[in-house]
Design a protein around this ligand. Structure first.
Ligand code: HEC
Ligand code: CU
Length: 342
């Protein structure tokens, strides 16, 4: 299980990311050298003037160094204009090359297409060809270009997975395209990189790169509707861990489903294959298969789900989900139902 709090976000894990990374290194080195030279020259100038004891506009003493007289002015002026210009042109040339090499949207006809819609403060993720919808988690096949089509529902967001690519903005009314690929299977953190409101920092996501067969398996599982909960066998689904309420009924999927379907949840959430078809919040059809909830704010476990459902505004103030008051055993059943959505 990966640590939700301390992501390692920077070592490049794709060709594009390596290009961006080496460009950044180049700028860091060039910038550092320029800084050292400028500061050294400035210090030397100040110290020499001090030692000379001269003041602006007053007579210099005999041995005061006067480095820039006559042609000296011309030489220094020339260097001061030409050297920075050359450095800037050089760095810019590399920028243009990096943009050319990495910015190009994948045009391969068979490239996997993923649509990502930015929302305050989570990511809707759709695989239009397979009819799959999920949230805050993008699964891709390893070693292939994936075409990510970025849009926004509300304000400008920015899609950034530092280990895999550069960043691209999500702009309302526009579709921007980014090519994503990962050299190795793994989990890569992403983050909204354009301030979008109070919970901008908790607008995170993961990209999970799989080997081809595993990826196909994931897609297939996600494309299935939720298993119908059969009320007749409801009490077969005991809570996995921890004892249930001492004398209350054992929490079960069917009871939880009942609570979900008769609460406000259905106005905002979809569970494919049921009457819950809300679109304001994340699709919950396969919630239990996801690693985290609330765009990275909590791990996906019973305790966190309970906190989230009762007090989403404490966990992530300003997000679009209101809290719901439930009896303890109702909440327990509801969570058992959510955990059955694999
Ligand atoms: C007014 C709309 C609304 C209602 C009502 C609502 N939710 Fe939500 N829910 C959201 C939104 C929006 C988010 C995403 C919040 C974020 O991450 O910024 C969310 C997130 C969630 C998540 C986390 C999903 C994920 O993948 O991150 C769960 C679980 C959830 N809601 C369950 C419920 C349940 C259970 C109910 C009913 C008791 C409910 N919600 C009622 C809007 C709603
Ligand atoms: Cu943001």
């Amino acid at each position: 299980m990966i640590d939700l709090r301390v992501p390692v976000m920077f070592p490049p894990a794709s060709e594009d990311a390596s290009r961006v990374d080496s460009h950044w290194q180049l700028m860091l080195i060039v910038g550092s050298v320029v800084w050292v030279v400028v500061v050294t020259v400035a210090l030397v100038a100040v110290l020499r003037r001090r030692r000379g004891g001269g003041q602006e506009g007053t007579e210099q003493t005999d041995d005061a160094p006067r480095p820039t007289t006559g042609n000296g002015h011309l030489v220094v002026g020339f260097l001061g204009a030409v050297v920075p210009a050359l450095i800037i042109i050089g760095v810019m040339a590399d920028s243009v090359l990096v943009l050319r090499d990495t910015g190009s949207a994948s045009s391969a006809a068979d490239a996997t297409v993923v649509e990502v819609d930015g929302k305050q403060y989570w990511w809707e993720v759709r695989y239009p060809e397979q009819g799959v919808e999920t949230a805050n988690e993008i699964h891709i096949p390893t070693g292939q270009d994936v075409r990510v089509e970025l849009t926004s529902t509300d304000v400008i967001h920015s899609f950034w997975v530092p280990q895999l690519s550069g960043k691209v903005d999500l702009v309302p009314g526009e579709t921007n395209v980014l090519t994503l690929s990962a050299d190795e299977p793994g989990t890569y953190w992403g983050q909204c990189a354009e301030y979008c409101g109070l919970q901008h920092a908790w607008m995170r996501f993961v990209v999970v790169a799989h080997d081809e067969p595993e990826y196909a398996g994931w897609l297939e599982a996600q494309a299935r509707p939720a298993e119908p909960a059969d009320p007749a066998e409801g009490d077969g689904d005991d809570v996995e861990s921890g004892p249930g309420p001492a004398s209350g009924p054992v929490s079960d999927v069917a009871a939880g489903r009942e609570i979900f379907m008769s609460s406000s949840c259905v106005y905002c959430h979809t569970v494919a294959g049921t009457e819950a078809q809300g679109t304001l919040g994340p699709d919950l059809t396969h919630l239990a298969s996801r690693q985290m909830i609330g765009a990275g704010v909590l791990p996906n476990d019973r305790e966190s789900l309970a906190r989230w459902i009762e007090h989403p505004q404490d966990v992530k103030p300003g997000n679009a989900m209101p809290g719901t008051e439930l009896e303890d055993d109702e909440l327990d059943d509801l969570i058992t139902y959510l955990e059955s959505l694999e």
